[in-house]
Design a protein around this ligand. Structure first.
Ligand code: FAD
Length: 644
């Protein structure tokens, strides 16, 4: 048996971004002894990079806003594929979560009369994003960390130990969820610095590991986004929902190559920035789809008037949902009207005085000055689509955040599916983290409390298997010659990213996705031979070799689901099926591991590791449907749904 450090907790939260920390705070406040594990340093989660703001219908800037309007916008943005109950809870609870942050010490930007200021963003009818300049995520994480410390200080007073009820394990990677029969019994992981293995035993595990962007070559995501939580859930037997929906943010940097993909926040457009092609044309007016025609301005004059008088003018088409803007930019570049480095121009310099730009968009000013030597107060930025967010994720119960089919497993944040349907609106992630992070922590604590006297048993053979799996990259040198030579994990990663970018990217074609699946099968076989030299003390090559399993699993889910869905909707665009098809409106695609035992085998090299099933979504509750005009519903819902 492997000798590993073992500890007992009530709730283990994997991930210390906004969702993980909010879950941990809630679980601890509800009496559960809670451990939080994160891959990077505490505080360096993806959430910290969030720029534009948190969407919540507080109505501070326009009193017309309320949860019903936010719900409507979210459903429209997701093209009605959202798990509607999640969208309802999210819209209803987001304001309370933002006010709660304020009571915990968050310092938001203010309106003139002292309320939390809210800004415009794509797809939101009213100014709705509570923000701190363009560094909102930093303030969110700082506040949640401060709350964690405050709780630890309370615990110290009572128990003499700061970490008795809430402990953070930083720079640790979880590689397996352990199970006792069907239910969760804990997690297996390793410390990145020492390479030492550990097990945290717990009846409830919350997955809050964020997204999958590192499977794509051009991405706004950082090194941590390797789809670990998605893969952990799959391997534990939970299904992933609608993985074909990947958001390509319309505005990433395109130049210089070393920074390609880094995000240019949507606030630039929310605050007045416009998109132009190489002919100087504001091209977005040519790309307003029929479903949005009556909501967006038809002329530049009307669009510009909207910034001062939103009640009597329609919004600029630069603020269409992200999928629409990304496709439009892609089309302009393809038509030969792109910028010198393969993007388009995003201009604030002619729209706002320099000091306003520096005050409202300080990070963007510095980002372009330092990384591209571009002064955005004097010249336009060059921007193009970048892989940004995954709408697909672990299938969860809307109210409790419980993962389907695996008792004791919960999921919140970007790793959970359903909330955003086929396309997420900007700002709706930070609010999602808070609303469903809290719900996951609450229900995980409740679940663990109910099992306090009958805790699940951790199976030593699972620990041994997980340790052997983690050590395999060190023994690749000793493989049978027939297996082929050891493979370099960095080369495999690059090939994977190129494959996903080129063949399952922003515009998809059947033959390319089939080719991608063949390439993924080849990479999977080669990844079994991913070899590393040296030892377990901080060895990034080894870490990447382990992350490859997750990226390959998740990429296969994306490619299989994208091939199956023969329509274009939100973050899934098929060149061969360019229209949204109402008969797909109520269809969810679920990915499961083909080997339901969750075994450590790499799966059938030809058929792959993932099996796909279709499921009909639950009908939208009538009182929620009544929030929309019938003329609008006709554009989305199938005949039989309308009839019902
Ligand atoms: P994260 O914040 O990414 O946290 C994931 C955590 O999981 C990390 O602590 C990581 O270390 C840990 N982890 C991962 N794998 C493992 C493992 N195997 N073992 C242990 N720990 C693990 N959204 C908005 O709503 N508004 C915005 O303005 C906005 N701006 C953005 C700007 C940028 C540049 C980017 C990239 C995203 C932005 N988003 C925005 C999206 C939003 O930031 C993310 O969707 C959100 O922060 C995800 O939060 P999370 O808690 O789910 O995950």
């Amino acid at each position: 048996m492997s000798v590993v450090d073992r500890q007992e907790w009530d709730v283990v939260v994997v991930g210390a971004g906004g969702a993980g920390l909010r879950a941990a705070i809630e679980a601890r406040e509800r009496g559960a002894r809670t451990a939080v594990i994160c891959k990077s340093l505490f505080g360096k989660a993806h959430t910290v990079m969030a720029e534009g703001g948190i969407a919540a219908a507080m109505g501070n800037v326009n009193a017309g806003d309320n949860w019903q309007v936010h719900f409507r916008d979210t459903m429209r943005g997701g093209k009605f594929l959202n798990q509607w109950r999640m969208a309802e809870l999210h819209a209803q609870e987001a304001p309370a979560r933002v006010w709660e942050l304020e009571t915990w010490g968050a310092l938001f930007d203010r309106t003139k009369d002292g309320r939390i200021s809210q800004r415009n963003f794509g797809g939101h009818e009213y100014p709705r994003l509570a923000h701190v300049g363009d560094r909102t995520g930093l303030e969110l994480i700082r506040t949640l960390q401060q709350k964690v410390v405050a709780l630890q200080q309370e615990d110290f007073k009572e128990t003499g130990d700061y970490e008795s009820r809430l402990k953070v394990f930083q720079e640790c990677t979880v590689t397996r969820v352990l199970k006792d029969g069907e239910r969760v019994s804990g997690v297996f992981g390793y410390e990145r610095e020492s390479g030492r293995f550990f097990v945290l035993e717990a009846p409830a595990v919350v997955i809050a590991t964020g997204g999958i962007g590192k499977s794509f070559k051009v991405t706004s995501n950082s090194w941590e986004y390797t789809g670990d939580g998605h893969a952990l859930a799959l391997l534990a037997g939970a299904p992933l929902l609608n993985m074909e929906f990947v958001q390509f943010h319309p505005t990433g940097m395109v130049w210089p190559p070393s920074v390609k993909g880094i995000l240019v926040t949507e606030s630039v457009r929310g605050d007045g920035g416009v998109l132009r092609n190489s002919e100087g044309k504001r091209f977005m007016f040519d790309y307003i789809p029929d479903v949005f025609k009556d909501k967006y301005a038809e002329s530049e004059e009307e669009a510009d008037r909207w910034y001062d008088d939103p009640d009597h003018n329609r919004r600029p088409p630069e603020l269409l949902p992200r999928d629409e803007v990304a496709r439009a930019i892609n089309a302009e570049v393809k038509a030969g009207r792109g910028s010198p480095h393969g993007g388009v121009f995003l201009d604030v310099s002619t729209r706002m005085p320099a000091e306003v730009i520096k005050r409202r968009l300080p990070s963007m000013y510095h980002q372009f000055k330092e990384l591209a030597d571009v002064d955005i107060t004097a010249e336009p930025m060059e921007v193009g689509p970048t892989c940004h967010y995954v709408m697909g994720g672990i299938a969860v119960d809307s109210d409790s955040a419980a993962a389907r089919g695996v008792p004791g497993l919960f999921a919140a944040g970007e790793v959970a599916g359903g909330m955003h349907g086929s396309n997420r609106l900007g700002g709706n992630s930070l609010s999602d983290l808070l609303v469903f992070g809290r719900r996951a922590g609450w229900h995980a604590a409740e679940y663990a409390g109910e099992r306090a006297s009958a805790r699940p048993r951790v199976d030593d053979t699972q620990i041994d298997a997980a340790a052997a799996e983690a050590l395999r990259p060190f023994s690749a040198e000793g493989q049978e010659p027939a297996d082929g030579p050891p493979e370099n994990p960095y080369t495999l990663h690059q090939e994977l990213q190129q494959t996903m970018n080129d063949l399952v990217g922003i515009i998809r074609r059947e033959h390319e996705m089939r080719h991608a699946l063949e390439k993924l099968a080849e990479l999977r076989a080669r990844a079994r031979r991913a070899g590393v030299e040296g030892h377990r003390q901080f060895n990034p090559g080894w870490h990447l070799a382990l992350d490859l399993r997750n990226m390959l699993l998740v990429s296969e889910c994306v490619a299989r689901a994208a091939l199956e869905r023969t329509e274009s909707r939100g973050g899934h665009t098929r060149e061969d099926y360019p229209a949204m098809d109402r008969t797909w409106r109520n269809v969810n695609l679920l990915c499961r591991l083909s080997d339901p035992s969750g075994g450590l085998a790499a799966g059938d090299p030809v058929r792959g590791q993932i099996s796909l099933t279709r499921e009909t979504t639950e009908p939208i509750r009538p009182d929620l449907l009544a929030l929309f005009e019938k003329e609008e519903l006709v554009k989305y819902l199938a005949e039989e749904e309308l009839y019902e």
